[in-house]
Design a binder for this molecule. Sequence first.
Ligand code: FE2
Length: 467
Amino acid sequence: MQKGDREFKNRGRSMFRFVKLNRVRAVWAAAALTLALALAACNQVAPIGGTTEYTRVHWTGAVSDSSARVVARLRDSYRSLQLEYAATEDFSSGAQVLEASKLVASPNGYLAHFQLVKLRSATKYWYRFRIGDSIDTASVSSFTTFPSDGSASDFSFVFGSCQRTGSNGEVYNNMLRHDPLFMMVTGDFHYSNISANNVERFYSAWQSGLLSPRLSSFYAQVPIVYMWDDHDFGPNDSDSTSPARAAALTAYRDMVPHYPLASDSRLSPVQQAFSVGRVRVILLDLRSARSPYRSRGDDKTMLGVFQKQWLFDEIERAASTHDLIVWVSSVPWIDDRYTSDGWTYYRRERRELTEFVVKHNLQNRMCMLCGDAHMLAIDDGSHSFNSDAEGPGFPVMHAAALDRGGSVKGGPYSHGRKAGAGQFGRMDVTYSATTLDVSWRGYNLKDEVVMSYDFSVERRFPVNGKK
Ligand SMILES: [Fe+2]
């Protein structure tokens, strides 16, 4: 064999080996990819909810011990949609069929409200959509009514803020495993930063979140309690001067299944309160009535006159009827630095609230849940009066970011702070003979506890004859 021929043959052999090797690699790579996709599919909760035969999206909220509200965005031609519900998963006994209690016209799909009433407390219900005899079997969703008002029944829920528009956050799979009574979103359900006074833009932003596989599956099984912050109320750092204010307030009333609002006026803030057993939860709307943080003067407000009076009345009433008050601030409360979101620019108002708490001696019967900062943080009350009053104050917990990058704000926090994505909080309420006990846990994306804090409140009010 000539030297050239030998070289040619050797080159041929090595080429063959090269191709063969790459084929083997390709087969292994394909197998690995198939396995990875299969594992990812296993890891993902089967998508239910979301788009079904008659609806684009739907969610459940305003749950109480005897009622709930479902809001569905319809495919255009299904205005005669009905909701069927029952306390059995197969709808075999006692099923009821409801017509929509309210329909909101919209060019991209009507919004239908279904008000479920006279439900049994602490009972799991299933519902599905239908038109006459045609049942949308893919739409089956569920929720559990709250323990009866005044009862000393244990419960737990999850909470957090800040997720990308259209998020399919893995954190939702983790939260579902905790089997929460409800999910409390404490702001920034999306980051659409809408500055156009257009309700459709708000509907679409919520819809894009509810359409993702993990969120649609989650919200088909867990009701929402939802208050906005800046990015889902308007542009970054938005306040009452947002050009989208009217659209935001209108769209919230149209599409979010919320608790009764303090005012029928469509342009009033959307603060609200609800009860779970002996706990009163107060959600503050800190965006739609807020003065710009850059405005001059010392009389800046986050709440506005109307909401502030409502808050004082609500706290006073709750203090005489409930053991614990949970108030929700979508922005950091503990902060002595001037940041565009937090309370420091509004410290005169914060001091007024703090003095109200002190005057009524409620610091041992209140706690606060906060959003905005993309972190977990807990303060046992050591710092929650800021420089506004002598401490200790009430415990404060932050939980975020559900599905955004991490960042920290405010403090100091007695139990530290941890920036991160895929984080959420869990609050458990249990009762002993003499105390209401709260357990706070902050979880990371691996569903590991990153920080925790437990505290107890003395049970003070016999309600429904129980002590
Ligand atoms: Fe955020």
